[in-house]
Structures are given as structure tokens and as C-alpha cells.
Ligand binder design. Structure first.
Ligand code: IPM
Ligand code: MN
Length: 358
């Protein structure tokens, strides 16, 4: 592990800064407890950066992330950005960030907590035991494909996006997913739309080929529409799910909803450079600044950072256990609190996780 571990912290927009503060509180506590030296530098991204510097990923932020060992991001997005040109919107900053870090494998773990079995929209007996990992391709597909355009010159407007995947792009993310399956329960479901799309047919071919190097992993191919259905019918069936960028975006929100709250879901984006860690929830402008956002997705993303960018599984597992014990003690942020239950604020949850760390 690099010491000190140099972190670029990008709080971003909406609830991003609040959940980032909560995650930093837990990070510093864990760092002290486990003897990890960290150095942090904070930089703007998203709408906040556009306001300050005229660009959602300003040169200074860019430089900082390229020099960092790992990057932590709160959230980007602001309703006021609807009026600005697409390439200056907060989301464009995030996509550019993923691209320059070459984070091609986005890991999104989804699991239920015994204490939250009631919070899921599914019946407790159906949701119990759900514990899977989505590996979403993050640097290609429709998000980045060229050509892309909207043409409004003719009588009818026409828009184009391009879905393109190369063997190499599929292979590298598949290897990450197979590796993860090896360390988990040895089963991988690769999701595509091979009955319609050429990109999916190549996807299937390459994933099958990569699978030959991972004989201990059971590989199954599943069409994306069926996968969306199986996720609600049999969430406990899945171990690792591998899929392309857009399918992964959609299925991971579905998975987040199954856990009971999108506020719980964390992510790690890995590639050739520094890892990028962000909660899956967005900037939630409707509740920003009120101190009621769920910080657990951010805190769990910090645990993923310690695991993947600092190789400190011990510290990561301790944070995860602390989160579980805080939930077990009945602490609930507003979106999870039931009628008559007291909702606990962002800061208070973070303090509780810190105490539970011991
Ligand atoms: C996510 C988000 C982003 C995505 C948006 C904000 C561009 O929905 O991280 O899932 O689509 O990747
Ligand atoms: Mn999404």
C-alpha cells in the first residue's frame, strides 16, 4: 500500500457534500484505528465546479485526480443545469472523470441486511439472503459511442447514439467479473440482449472465451429483460452479474431498490489508474442541505476504497460490520424510518458508525 494514501475528494452537488463529510469522519476514524496514513485534497466537480470555474471537471480537479491514489466522489447533478449546454452539465463532468481515470469496471454490491428485511418492496422471505455484485462496464457502450448527435435541420428531428464494443473492452471487464466470482460463490451471470444486438453477440462470445480461464466459475448467459424479471422473482439466485454500461445502469437501480433504499448502495470503479468510489444515489436536490440524507452508501464506498485502493480488507470489513451493527441497533435515516420511528440525521449516523468501529 502507498503511504500516505493520497485521496482526491470530490464532494460535488446536492447531498454530495453532506454524505462525503460523513464518509470522511468514518475514514479518519478507521485510518487511526488501523494505522493507515491518508492525505486528502478536496476539489469541486459537477454543478458546483461549473459555478466556481465554468466547467464541471475543471483543470485543477483533473490534475488532482490524475495524481491521486484514489478518488472519492459524493454526487453530481443540479436541476439548475437543465439550461446549460450538455457538455457543461454536471453529468458530463462525471463521465469525463470516469473516462480519464479509465475506470472500466464498476462494482456495485447489493445485499439485504437482516435488520432491513421489512424495508424492501419484496416480501421478507423473498429478499432474505440476497447478496450479489453487479459488475457494470463503465467506459464504453452508448455512453461514449461516436457518432452521436441530434439533427434538427429537417422537418423531423433525428437523433443518433452508437453502441460499440470491442473484444478488448469486453475481455478486460469480464476478467474483473470472473475474478470477483472466484472470490465469492463461484457463479457469474452475464447479461446481454444477444437475440437482437450484434454488440451482445460479441459480448457473449468474448465472455465465454474468457470463462475458459476460469474453470471454477459457473457461467450463465441471460437476456436483459429476463434478468430484470429474475431480479425481483429470485434475487437470491445471483452471485455476480456482468453487463454492459447502460444495462448495468438500469439493473443497478433496480437492485438498489430491492435492498430497501438506494441510499445504502456503494460502488467502486476500477481500471488502469486510480480507483473511483461513489455512492450509487444521486445528488437528491430535494433533500440537500437538510442533514437527513443516508450516508451509509458513501460510508460503504469508503470501505471499498480501503479494500481496493489500499488493500486494507481488515479496515474495510470493520466499517461494513459497524454499518451492520448500526442498522441492527435500529438507526434509520428518514427514507427508511417507519411510521412512529424516529428518523436519525446524516451526521448522527456517521457518529454511530464511528462509535461502532470501537
Ligand atoms: C450512475 C448515474 C450516472 C450514470 C449518471 C449520473 C450519468 O446514474 O452512476 O448510475 O448513468 O452512470
Ligand atoms: Mn444510474
Amino acid at each position: 500500500m502507498k503511504s500516505p494514501l493520497r485521496l482526491a475528494i470530490l464532494p460535488g452537488d446536492g447531498i454530495g457534500p453532506e454524505v462525503t463529510d460523513a464518509a470522511l469522519l468514518v475514514l479518519h476514524a478507521a485510518a487511526e484505528q488501523f494505522g493507515i496514513r491518508v492525505e486528502t485534497e478536496t476539489h469541486p466537480i459537477g454543478y458546483a465546479a461549473f459555478q466556481q470555474a465554468g466547467h464541471p471537471l475543471p483543470p485543477k480537479t483533473r490534475e488532482a485526480v490524475l495524481g491521486a491514489d484514489a478518488v472519492f466522489l459524493g454526487a453530481v447533478g443540479d436541476p439548475r443545469s437543465d439550461e446549460i449546454p450538455p457538455h457543461l452539465r454536471p453529468e458530463a463532468g462525471l463521465l469525463e472523470l470516469r473516462k480519464i481515470l479509465d475506470c472500466f469496471a464498476n462494482l456495485r454490491p447489493a445485499r439485504t441486511y437482516e435488520a432491513l428485511a421489512e424495508a424492501s418492496p419484496l416480501r421478507p422471505e423473498r429478499i432474505r439472503g440476497m447478496d450479489f455484485l453487479i459488475v457494470r462496464e463503465l467506459a464504453g457502450g452508448l455512453y461514449y459511442g461516436e457518432p452521436r448527435s441530434i439533427d434538427r435541420k429537417g422537418p423531423e428531428a433525428e437523433a443518433v447514439n452508437t453502441l460499440r464494443y470491442s473484444t478488448q473492452e469486453i475481455r478486460r471487464v469480464a476478467r474483473v467479473a470472473f475474478g470477483a466470482a472466484q472470490r465469492r460463490r463461484g457463479s457469474l451471470v452475464s447479461v446481454d440482449k444477444a437475440n437482437v444486438l450484434e454488440t451482445s453477440r460479441l459480448w457473449r462470445e468474448v465472455v465465454t472465451e474468457v470463462g475458459r480461464d476460469f474453470q471454477d466459475v459457473r457461467l450463465e448467459h441471460m437476456l436483459v429483460d429476463r434478468a430484470a424479471m429474475e431480479l425481483v422473482l429470485r434475487p437470491g439466485y445471483f452471485d455476480v452479474i456482468l453487463t454492459e454500461n447502460l444495462f448495468g445502469d438500469i439493473l443497478s437501480d433496480e437492485a438498489a431498490a430491492l435492498t430497501g433504499s438506494i441510499g445504502l448502495m456503494s460502488s467502486a470503479s476500477l481500471g488502469t489508474g486510480a480507483g473511483l468510489y461513489e455512492p450509487v444515489h444521486g445528488s437528491a436536490p430535494d433533500i440537500a442541505g437538510r442533514g437527513i440524507a443516508n450516508p451509509l452508501g458513501a460510508i460503504l464506498s469508503m470501505a471499498l476504497l480501503l479494500e481496493h485502493s489500499a488493500e486494507r480488507t481488515d479496515a474495510a470489513r470493520a466499517i461494513e460490520a459497524a454499518v451492520e451493527s448500526v442498522l441492527g441497533a435500529g438507526m434509520r435515516t428518514a427514507e427508511l424510518a417507519r411510521k412512529g420511528e424516529r428518523a436519525v440525521g446524516t451526521q448522527e449516523v456517521a457518529e454511530a458508525v464511528r462509535r461502532a468501529l470501537g
